[in-house]
Structure formats: C-alpha cells, structure tokens
Design a binder for this molecule. Structure first.
Ligand code: ADP
Ligand code: MG
Length: 328
C-alpha cells in the first residue's frame, strides 16, 4: 500500500515538465507542492482574491457519488466565486479527508479536478490529506475543502454592495436546471448542471468595469440577488417571465414547482449582476461574444432591500426561501 507521501506525489503533484521556461504559469509559482508552504508570485498591480468552499459527503453530495464529477464540482464552485468577484483564478489548495485510501477514487477525483484546472490555468499548489476518522467500526465520511486564489486588477473587483438605483438586473445562462435534477431525477442535461456546473469565469472577468455588483447563484436566484440588495441597501423588481430557464424546466406543468426551481433552486452557478442602463449595448455584445445568454430581468429600485417578483400580469408573486444550512 502506498504511503501518504507516495499518494501526494502520484496524484496531486503535477509534473513541472508541463511548464516551460517563459510560460506565464511558470512565473506565478516559485515553489509548489512538496515543501512546508507554497510560494506564489502575484502580479504587480493586482489584488489577491481568496475564497474557500467545503463539500461534505451526505450534505453536499451523496455517498457513492462519481469521483470524477466530484473533482470537477469541488473546483467549479470555487472558480464560480472568483467569477463573481471578477477575479482571474490562478492557484488552488486542496484538503481531503478520506475514510480509506482508495486509489481508484483518487485517480478519478484528480482527473476531474485537473481537467477543469487546466481549462482555467489554475495550478494546485498545496493541500492536506488525512484519514477521515480514527480506525474503528464507524467509517468516516469524505470531506473536500478547496481554497482558490485569484487576481483582480486593483480597484476593479466586483462587490455585492455596488448596486445603484435604476441599474438593470441581469442573469447569465439558465436557472433551475440543477434543482430540477434533485426534484425530478432523469434528465441528463439537468444532472450535468448539478454535477458538473460550468463556472462563468470569463464572464466575471469581462464584467469588470461594466457590472456594478455581482454574485454567483449557489443558493437560489432570489436569495442570492437578495444578498446584493442587502449589501447595496436597495430593492429590486424582477419579471418572472424574463427569468431564463432551460427547455426541461419550461416543460414542467406544475407552475408552483417551476417557479420554485427558477426562483429558489440552488447550485446553478450562473452569475446574477447589476449594471447601469448605459451598458446595455456592451452587455448584449458581450453575450454574443461569449456565446452565453445574458438576460435582463428587472431593475434596482429605491427603498428597503426587498425583492419583488411580478408574474406575467404584473402581480407580485410569493418568493420562497433559497437554501440555508442553518435554517430552523
Ligand atoms: P505538512 O506535514 O507540512 O502538512 P504534508 O506532508 O501534509 O506537509 O504535505 C506535503 C506536501 O504535499 C505539501 O506541499 C502539501 O501542500 C502537499 N499536499 C498534501 N496533500 C495534498 C493534496 N490533497 N493536494 C495538494 N497538495 C497536497
Ligand atoms: Mg499536512
């Protein structure tokens, strides 16, 4: 059986041979995996953006979940946080607690993780690997903790607090697909949205200077837009019919269920952002450039930090709650 150190070398240390001298990546890390700490070389004129997400077996993913998809998702949810800040992801650390050494699992997990990391130029620079529980009858559960670090030009990060009166409210992509996979398993497209979300990294970077506030949809559109409103001290009115949804969500006959998926469904990892009306043309051009739908769904209003959703006839709709780990 491999020692902890063999495992780290085999599965987590990416061979430096992939990095040629002069490669941009080579200059971003002075020292990677293998010492007591990594040494990073942030670029001049940049602020570092740092964010951590924890994924627990039984809470964020079911026991027996596909390891490759887990590797993808563990990194994707962190990349999504960089996108929501307008930051370019650069480095990641990975802490794993595993009930047992399962090399097949590690092989698949790292495949999913590194495939996504390579697409976005992220380098794994360290982490920790430990057994999930003391030896005994009760096996531990898998715990995955990724910390992502990114760079954003000083002063250009996107905050939740920036929404201004009269700004438009925008949403990328489609809402409700990930929640559909949980509510009605069976749709392959919905399952992909849940298990292998696509972080909107490029959109986040391109929104610098155009969006006034941004957040990623992890807990549901209404709740996450609510965070922007709270931080910005403003309200918003959104037209339900304008909220983008995929074909399989549109097909749902139960209107209440459809509204719940679109308004409160979590795990979509789309970006919700606000932008001055003056930027409409630029944002339409950005959408066609990125081949990603950007939907203008409402506007920021004065008054208390409240979200009002109007139905097709202009009547206020009830808005349920999004996901909250500590909700009573
Ligand atoms: P320490 O005893 O100082 O915590 P470790 O033996 O835990 O060091 O780790 C050795 C090296 O391997 C360190 O560079 C650490 O960052 C890295 N490492 C350990 N586990 C992981 C992992 N899951 N992913 C990436 N790097 C890891
Ligand atoms: Mg350690």
């Amino acid at each position: 059986m491999s020692s902890e150190f063999d495992l780290i070398r085999r599965y987590f240390e990416q061979p430096a041979r992939d990095v040629r001298p002069g490669d941009r990546r080579a200059r971003r890390v002075s020292l990677g995996i293998g010492d007591d700490a990594a040494l990073l070389r942030p670029s001049a004129g940049m602020e570092l953006a740092v964010s951590t997400d924890l994924l627990l077996e039984g809470r964020h993913f079911r026991a027996g979940a596909d390891a490759r998809k887990l590797g993808h998702k563990a990194l994707a949810v962190n990349l999504s946080d960089m996108a929501a800040m307008g930051a370019a992801p650069r480095w990641a650390t990975l802490a794993l607690a595993l009930p047992a050494v399962d090399e097949a699992w590690l092989g698949e997990f790292t495949k999913g993780f590194f495939a996504l990391a390579a697409r976005f130029g992220v380098e794994l620079i360290g982490g920790d690997t430990t057994r999930a529980a003391a030896p005994g009858p009760a096996p531990g559960s898998i715990v995955i903790c990724v910390t992502i670090l990114g760079e954003v030009p000083t002063g250009l990060a996107l905050f939740r607090a920036g929404a201004r009166l009269g700004d438009d409210v925008w949403v990328s992509g489609e809402l409700g697909g990930a929640a559909l996979a949980l509510a009605q398993p069976g749709s392959a497209a919905a399952a992909r949205r849940l298990d292998e979300p696509e972080p909107r990294v490029e959109l986040g970077e391109r929104l610098r200077g155009f969006a006034s506030a941004a957040i990623d949809v992890s807990d549901g559109f209404a709740q996450d837009l609510g965070h922007i409103l709270e931080r910005s001290g403003a309200g918003a009115v959104v037209e339900y019919e304008l909220l983008p949804r995929s074909a399989d969500v549109k097909e749902i006959q139960d209107e209440k269920l459809q509204a719940r998926l679109v308004l409160c469904g979590g795990d979509d990892y789309e970006l919700v952002f606000t932008a001055p009306q003056a930027n409409r043309a630029e944002l339409a051009a950005l959408a066609s450039d990125l081949k990603l739908a950007l939907s203008r769904v409402g506007s920021v209003q004065s008054g208390e930090a409240r979200l009002q959703v109007l139905d097709a006839r202009g009547r206020p709709m009830p808005v349920g709650r999004g996901f909250d780990h500590f909700a009573p």
